[in-house]
Design a protein around this ligand. Structure first.
Ligand SMILES: C[S@@+](CC[C@H](N)C(=O)[O-])C[C@H]1O[C@@H](n2cnc3c(N)ncnc32)[C@H](O)[C@@H]1O
Length: 297
Protein backbone atom coordinates (compact mmCIF):
# COMPACT_ATOMS: atom_id res chain seq x y z
CA UNK A 1 0.00 0.00 0.00
CA UNK A 2 1.24 3.52 -0.71
CA UNK A 3 0.18 7.06 -1.65
CA UNK A 4 2.03 7.06 -4.95
CA UNK A 5 -0.95 7.72 -7.20
CA UNK A 6 -2.48 10.54 -5.17
CA UNK A 7 0.90 12.22 -4.63
CA UNK A 8 2.49 11.95 -8.06
CA UNK A 9 -0.06 10.94 -10.69
CA UNK A 10 -3.56 12.30 -10.01
CA UNK A 11 -4.71 13.96 -6.82
CA UNK A 12 -7.77 12.33 -5.33
CA UNK A 13 -10.02 15.40 -5.48
CA UNK A 14 -8.92 16.08 -9.06
CA UNK A 15 -9.96 12.52 -10.04
CA UNK A 16 -13.17 12.74 -8.02
CA UNK A 17 -14.28 15.92 -9.81
CA UNK A 18 -13.45 14.60 -13.26
CA UNK A 19 -15.37 11.37 -12.60
CA UNK A 20 -18.30 13.34 -11.15
CA UNK A 21 -18.60 14.94 -14.59
CA UNK A 22 -18.35 11.63 -16.41
CA UNK A 23 -20.67 9.58 -14.16
CA UNK A 24 -23.22 12.31 -13.48
CA UNK A 25 -26.72 11.83 -12.10
CA UNK A 26 -28.21 12.38 -15.57
CA UNK A 27 -26.45 9.38 -17.11
CA UNK A 28 -25.88 6.97 -14.21
CA UNK A 29 -28.83 4.75 -15.22
CA UNK A 30 -27.26 4.29 -18.66
CA UNK A 31 -24.00 3.26 -16.96
CA UNK A 32 -25.82 0.78 -14.73
CA UNK A 33 -27.44 -0.69 -17.80
CA UNK A 34 -24.27 -1.01 -19.87
CA UNK A 35 -22.27 -2.36 -16.88
CA UNK A 36 -25.08 -4.92 -16.34
CA UNK A 37 -25.39 -4.13 -12.62
CA UNK A 38 -28.37 -5.03 -10.43
CA UNK A 39 -29.66 -3.84 -7.09
CA UNK A 40 -29.31 -6.30 -4.21
CA UNK A 41 -26.05 -7.78 -5.56
CA UNK A 42 -22.49 -7.74 -4.24
CA UNK A 43 -20.22 -5.48 -6.29
CA UNK A 44 -16.46 -4.79 -6.17
CA UNK A 45 -14.70 -1.87 -7.86
CA UNK A 46 -10.99 -2.57 -8.39
CA UNK A 47 -8.90 0.65 -8.40
CA UNK A 48 -11.70 2.89 -7.12
CA UNK A 49 -9.57 6.00 -6.30
CA UNK A 50 -11.74 8.42 -4.25
CA UNK A 51 -14.83 6.27 -4.75
CA UNK A 52 -16.96 8.55 -6.94
CA UNK A 53 -18.41 5.73 -9.03
CA UNK A 54 -19.14 3.56 -5.96
CA UNK A 55 -21.01 6.52 -4.48
CA UNK A 56 -23.03 7.24 -7.61
CA UNK A 57 -23.96 3.57 -7.96
CA UNK A 58 -24.97 3.25 -4.32
CA UNK A 59 -27.34 6.24 -4.68
CA UNK A 60 -29.13 4.39 -7.49
CA UNK A 61 -28.76 0.81 -6.17
CA UNK A 62 -29.49 1.25 -2.47
CA UNK A 63 -29.62 -2.48 -1.71
CA UNK A 64 -26.39 -3.34 -3.46
CA UNK A 65 -23.40 -4.18 -1.28
CA UNK A 66 -20.65 -2.07 -2.85
CA UNK A 67 -16.93 -2.29 -2.02
CA UNK A 68 -14.15 -0.19 -3.52
CA UNK A 69 -10.50 -1.26 -3.37
CA UNK A 70 -7.38 0.74 -4.18
CA UNK A 71 -3.64 0.44 -3.59
CA UNK A 72 -3.40 4.11 -2.60
CA UNK A 73 -4.27 4.67 1.06
CA UNK A 74 -4.74 8.41 0.44
CA UNK A 75 -7.52 7.58 -2.05
CA UNK A 76 -9.12 5.16 0.40
CA UNK A 77 -9.08 7.67 3.29
CA UNK A 78 -10.72 10.24 0.98
CA UNK A 79 -13.37 7.71 -0.14
CA UNK A 80 -14.24 6.84 3.46
CA UNK A 81 -14.56 10.49 4.46
CA UNK A 82 -16.72 11.26 1.45
CA UNK A 83 -18.94 8.23 2.20
CA UNK A 84 -19.65 9.63 5.66
CA UNK A 85 -20.34 13.11 4.29
CA UNK A 86 -22.77 11.68 1.74
CA UNK A 87 -24.36 9.45 4.42
CA UNK A 88 -23.97 6.41 2.19
CA UNK A 89 -23.02 2.85 3.05
CA UNK A 90 -20.12 1.66 0.93
CA UNK A 91 -17.04 -0.26 2.04
CA UNK A 92 -13.55 0.86 1.09
CA UNK A 93 -10.48 -1.31 1.43
CA UNK A 94 -6.79 -0.62 0.83
CA UNK A 95 -5.45 -3.53 -1.18
CA UNK A 96 -3.68 -4.78 -4.27
CA UNK A 97 -5.58 -5.90 -7.38
CA UNK A 98 -2.93 -8.61 -7.78
CA UNK A 99 -3.75 -10.11 -4.38
CA UNK A 100 -7.35 -9.28 -3.50
CA UNK A 101 -8.10 -9.51 0.24
CA UNK A 102 -11.39 -11.38 -0.30
CA UNK A 103 -12.47 -15.00 -0.12
CA UNK A 104 -13.19 -17.05 -3.25
CA UNK A 105 -16.72 -16.75 -4.73
CA UNK A 106 -17.66 -13.48 -2.98
CA UNK A 107 -18.91 -11.00 -5.61
CA UNK A 108 -21.59 -10.93 -8.31
CA UNK A 109 -19.68 -8.29 -10.29
CA UNK A 110 -16.11 -7.00 -10.27
CA UNK A 111 -15.59 -3.88 -12.36
CA UNK A 112 -12.71 -1.50 -13.00
CA UNK A 113 -12.36 1.79 -14.88
CA UNK A 114 -8.97 2.65 -16.45
CA UNK A 115 -6.94 0.41 -14.12
CA UNK A 116 -5.99 -2.78 -15.98
CA UNK A 117 -3.09 -1.25 -17.92
CA UNK A 118 -1.36 -0.36 -14.64
CA UNK A 119 -1.50 -3.93 -13.31
CA UNK A 120 -0.05 -7.30 -14.23
CA UNK A 121 -2.83 -8.45 -16.58
CA UNK A 122 -2.81 -12.14 -15.64
CA UNK A 123 -2.98 -11.46 -11.92
CA UNK A 124 -5.55 -8.70 -12.45
CA UNK A 125 -7.92 -11.06 -14.27
CA UNK A 126 -7.22 -14.23 -12.27
CA UNK A 127 -7.80 -12.55 -8.92
CA UNK A 128 -11.16 -11.20 -10.03
CA UNK A 129 -12.06 -14.62 -11.41
CA UNK A 130 -11.26 -16.15 -8.02
CA UNK A 131 -13.38 -13.71 -5.97
CA UNK A 132 -16.35 -13.80 -8.38
CA UNK A 133 -19.21 -16.17 -7.66
CA UNK A 134 -20.02 -18.71 -10.39
CA UNK A 135 -22.11 -16.83 -12.97
CA UNK A 136 -20.54 -13.56 -11.72
CA UNK A 137 -19.29 -10.96 -14.20
CA UNK A 138 -16.05 -9.09 -14.71
CA UNK A 139 -16.45 -5.65 -16.35
CA UNK A 140 -13.30 -3.96 -17.60
CA UNK A 141 -13.66 -0.36 -18.77
CA UNK A 142 -11.13 1.56 -20.82
CA UNK A 143 -11.27 4.92 -22.62
CA UNK A 144 -10.54 6.59 -25.96
CA UNK A 145 -10.87 10.38 -26.19
CA UNK A 146 -11.70 12.47 -29.27
CA UNK A 147 -12.49 16.13 -29.67
CA UNK A 148 -11.52 19.62 -30.84
CA UNK A 149 -9.78 22.35 -28.92
CA UNK A 150 -9.48 25.77 -30.55
CA UNK A 151 -5.84 26.75 -30.90
CA UNK A 152 -6.27 29.99 -29.01
CA UNK A 153 -6.59 27.94 -25.81
CA UNK A 154 -3.37 26.04 -26.31
CA UNK A 155 -0.33 28.03 -25.18
CA UNK A 156 1.92 28.55 -28.23
CA UNK A 157 5.54 27.35 -28.34
CA UNK A 158 7.00 30.79 -27.93
CA UNK A 159 4.96 31.91 -24.94
CA UNK A 160 6.28 32.14 -21.40
CA UNK A 161 3.64 29.77 -20.02
CA UNK A 162 4.72 26.95 -22.32
CA UNK A 163 8.40 27.64 -21.64
CA UNK A 164 7.94 27.46 -17.87
CA UNK A 165 5.74 24.39 -18.12
CA UNK A 166 8.29 22.59 -20.32
CA UNK A 167 11.12 23.65 -18.04
CA UNK A 168 9.63 22.11 -14.91
CA UNK A 169 8.47 18.94 -16.66
CA UNK A 170 11.87 18.43 -18.34
CA UNK A 171 13.38 18.10 -14.89
CA UNK A 172 10.41 16.32 -13.30
CA UNK A 173 10.34 13.62 -15.95
CA UNK A 174 13.76 12.27 -14.92
CA UNK A 175 12.42 11.75 -11.37
CA UNK A 176 11.56 8.04 -11.00
CA UNK A 177 8.20 9.03 -9.47
CA UNK A 178 7.09 10.36 -12.84
CA UNK A 179 7.31 6.93 -14.44
CA UNK A 180 4.01 5.11 -14.03
CA UNK A 181 4.55 1.44 -14.66
CA UNK A 182 2.31 0.54 -17.57
CA UNK A 183 1.88 -2.96 -18.86
CA UNK A 184 1.68 -3.80 -22.55
CA UNK A 185 -2.05 -4.27 -22.15
CA UNK A 186 -3.70 -2.75 -25.15
CA UNK A 187 -7.47 -3.07 -24.83
CA UNK A 188 -7.74 -5.55 -27.70
CA UNK A 189 -5.57 -7.94 -25.69
CA UNK A 190 -7.94 -7.96 -22.73
CA UNK A 191 -10.24 -10.45 -24.46
CA UNK A 192 -7.46 -13.02 -24.61
CA UNK A 193 -6.67 -12.65 -20.91
CA UNK A 194 -10.34 -13.18 -20.03
CA UNK A 195 -10.61 -16.22 -22.27
CA UNK A 196 -7.34 -17.73 -20.96
CA UNK A 197 -8.62 -17.44 -17.41
CA UNK A 198 -11.83 -19.30 -18.27
CA UNK A 199 -14.35 -16.46 -18.57
CA UNK A 200 -17.19 -17.22 -20.98
CA UNK A 201 -19.77 -15.13 -22.90
CA UNK A 202 -17.10 -12.51 -23.50
CA UNK A 203 -18.74 -9.42 -24.96
CA UNK A 204 -17.94 -5.82 -25.87
CA UNK A 205 -20.04 -2.72 -25.43
CA UNK A 206 -19.39 1.02 -25.54
CA UNK A 207 -20.67 4.16 -23.90
CA UNK A 208 -19.95 7.61 -25.30
CA UNK A 209 -19.95 10.54 -22.90
CA UNK A 210 -19.50 14.26 -23.44
CA UNK A 211 -16.51 15.23 -21.34
CA UNK A 212 -16.55 18.86 -22.30
CA UNK A 213 -18.91 21.04 -24.31
CA UNK A 214 -19.78 24.10 -22.21
CA UNK A 215 -21.35 26.04 -25.07
CA UNK A 216 -23.98 23.44 -25.92
CA UNK A 217 -27.52 24.08 -24.77
CA UNK A 218 -28.01 20.64 -23.24
CA UNK A 219 -25.15 21.33 -20.78
CA UNK A 220 -26.43 23.13 -17.67
CA UNK A 221 -24.75 26.30 -16.43
CA UNK A 222 -23.37 24.49 -13.35
CA UNK A 223 -22.02 21.64 -15.46
CA UNK A 224 -20.45 24.04 -18.00
CA UNK A 225 -18.58 25.93 -15.28
CA UNK A 226 -17.51 22.65 -13.64
CA UNK A 227 -16.17 21.38 -16.99
CA UNK A 228 -14.10 24.53 -17.54
CA UNK A 229 -12.77 24.45 -13.98
CA UNK A 230 -12.02 20.73 -14.21
CA UNK A 231 -9.54 21.51 -16.99
CA UNK A 232 -8.11 24.35 -14.93
CA UNK A 233 -7.58 22.04 -11.93
CA UNK A 234 -5.93 19.39 -14.11
CA UNK A 235 -3.41 21.93 -15.49
CA UNK A 236 -2.67 23.56 -12.11
CA UNK A 237 -2.21 20.19 -10.51
CA UNK A 238 0.13 19.07 -13.28
CA UNK A 239 2.41 22.02 -12.42
CA UNK A 240 2.14 21.29 -8.71
CA UNK A 241 3.09 17.62 -9.22
CA UNK A 242 6.03 18.52 -11.46
CA UNK A 243 7.33 21.00 -8.87
CA UNK A 244 7.09 18.33 -6.18
CA UNK A 245 9.31 16.08 -8.30
CA UNK A 246 11.67 18.87 -9.40
CA UNK A 247 11.62 21.38 -6.54
CA UNK A 248 14.50 23.47 -7.92
CA UNK A 249 13.40 23.68 -11.54
CA UNK A 250 11.48 26.94 -11.12
CA UNK A 251 12.11 29.85 -8.79
CA UNK A 252 9.24 30.76 -6.44
CA UNK A 253 8.45 33.71 -8.70
CA UNK A 254 8.40 31.55 -11.85
CA UNK A 255 6.16 28.99 -10.15
CA UNK A 256 3.68 31.71 -9.19
CA UNK A 257 3.86 33.26 -12.66
CA UNK A 258 3.03 29.92 -14.25
CA UNK A 259 0.04 29.34 -11.96
CA UNK A 260 -1.18 32.91 -12.59
CA UNK A 261 -0.94 32.46 -16.35
CA UNK A 262 -2.97 29.24 -16.27
CA UNK A 263 -5.55 30.87 -14.03
CA UNK A 264 -5.78 33.91 -16.29
CA UNK A 265 -6.42 31.68 -19.31
CA UNK A 266 -9.28 29.93 -17.52
CA UNK A 267 -10.66 33.17 -16.02
CA UNK A 268 -10.84 34.49 -19.57
CA UNK A 269 -12.59 31.33 -20.66
CA UNK A 270 -15.18 31.65 -17.90
CA UNK A 271 -15.71 35.30 -18.84
CA UNK A 272 -16.21 34.37 -22.49
CA UNK A 273 -18.69 31.71 -21.41
CA UNK A 274 -20.56 34.24 -19.25
CA UNK A 275 -20.66 36.71 -22.15
CA UNK A 276 -22.19 34.04 -24.39
CA UNK A 277 -19.14 34.18 -26.67
CA UNK A 278 -19.19 30.63 -28.01
CA UNK A 279 -16.25 28.64 -29.38
CA UNK A 280 -17.97 25.21 -29.46
CA UNK A 281 -14.99 23.33 -28.08
CA UNK A 282 -15.91 19.75 -27.24
CA UNK A 283 -14.46 16.44 -26.13
CA UNK A 284 -16.12 13.05 -26.29
CA UNK A 285 -14.89 10.00 -24.40
CA UNK A 286 -15.70 6.56 -25.70
CA UNK A 287 -15.58 3.97 -22.97
CA UNK A 288 -15.14 0.38 -24.06
CA UNK A 289 -16.58 -2.27 -21.74
CA UNK A 290 -15.29 -5.81 -21.98
CA UNK A 291 -17.45 -8.21 -20.02
CA UNK A 292 -17.02 -11.90 -19.22
CA UNK A 293 -18.92 -14.43 -17.08
CA UNK A 294 -17.38 -16.95 -14.70
CA UNK A 295 -18.94 -20.29 -15.65
CA UNK A 296 -20.97 -22.40 -13.24
CA UNK A 297 -18.90 -25.56 -12.58
C1 LIG B 1 -6.30 5.98 -13.76
S1 LIG B 1 -6.68 5.76 -12.05
C2 LIG B 1 -8.41 5.32 -12.17
C3 LIG B 1 -9.13 5.46 -10.88
C4 LIG B 1 -10.63 5.24 -10.94
N1 LIG B 1 -10.96 3.93 -11.43
C5 LIG B 1 -11.27 6.30 -11.79
O1 LIG B 1 -11.56 6.04 -12.96
O2 LIG B 1 -11.39 7.43 -11.30
C6 LIG B 1 -5.93 4.19 -11.67
C7 LIG B 1 -6.21 3.75 -10.24
O3 LIG B 1 -5.73 2.41 -10.06
C8 LIG B 1 -5.10 2.31 -8.80
N2 LIG B 1 -4.16 1.17 -8.86
C9 LIG B 1 -3.04 1.07 -9.62
N3 LIG B 1 -2.46 -0.14 -9.42
C10 LIG B 1 -3.26 -0.81 -8.53
C11 LIG B 1 -3.20 -2.10 -7.93
N4 LIG B 1 -2.21 -2.96 -8.20
N5 LIG B 1 -4.16 -2.46 -7.06
C12 LIG B 1 -5.18 -1.60 -6.77
N6 LIG B 1 -5.29 -0.37 -7.31
C13 LIG B 1 -4.34 0.03 -8.17
C14 LIG B 1 -4.44 3.67 -8.61
O4 LIG B 1 -4.11 3.93 -7.25
C15 LIG B 1 -5.51 4.59 -9.18
O5 LIG B 1 -6.44 4.96 -8.20
Amino acid sequence: MNTYWSQYVQKTDELYLSRALKFHQGNIDKWIDVMQLHDGTKILEVGCAGGLLCHRLKERLPNADITGLDLDIGHIAYAEKKTEELKLQCNFVAGDAANLPFADNTFDTCYSHTVMNFCDPEKFVSEQYRVLKPNGRIVIMDVYNRGIKPEEWIPGDDCEEKELFDKVWAEASVNPHSQIKRYENRTEKYFAYLAAQGFQNISIDTMATVNYAPDCDNISDGMARAQINDDRITELSSVEKACKMAPNALSAAEYQTLLDMINRRYDKKILQYENGDKNWEFRIATTVLIIGTKPIP
